[in-house]
Design a protein around this ligand. Sequence first.
Ligand code: DC
Length: 214
Amino acid sequence: MSGRLVIAIDGPAASGKGTLARRLATHFGLRHLDTGLTYRAVADALLAAGAGLDDEDQAVGVARTLGFDRLDKGRLTRPGIGEAASRVAVMPRLRAVLVSMQRAFAEAEPGAVLDGRDIGTVVCPDADAKIFVTAEPEARARRRTLELRQFDPGADEAEVLDDLRRRDARDMSRADSPLRPAPDAYLLDTTDLDIETAFRAAVEHVERVRKSRR
Ligand code: DC
């Protein structure tokens, strides 16, 4: 049996899944892929080329040339790109290309932590551990606004909340790979949890499933 460990983290925007995924990767000595950045990179390239966000041929062409180790997180997390990424993410042929690249990332030794919307359901349905991170929309909007205010002191919480709700609705209702918990995912609601407590709960879950598989 290989010692490879794959951890799938899914959840809506600003649920805290990215921070959790990064910390789990460090804790277990694994590589980490924020799959949201891969959709953001495609959206960013389409916008830069003046192409439509529904131009699937161009999106597929861009996706095939993406280097996952060259994703510029600073650039890709600027305001507006999350919404654009959610729009490109409805295109099935684009998803197929990105999913196969994401799977290849997960399959390399010693394993990896991937976070996104469809990791436990589509990208890595056989992941060793699956965690679905949620939080009330208001709590997520508050956290995201505080992050944004480091760069933009005028960031407005009501606007951030509207944006999150719109994105959640699109991500949950699209036909291909909608956001939903895998049946065997551990549900972690972080509304009233600080990151330390959420991290400990996630580590305990991973340890639990690892032991039960030995
Ligand atoms: O996680 P994020 O906010 O960076 O993701 C941006 C958008 O990308 C999200 O609104 C939907 C899409 N996405 C997706 O469809 N599937 C994933 N695995 C990750 C992100």
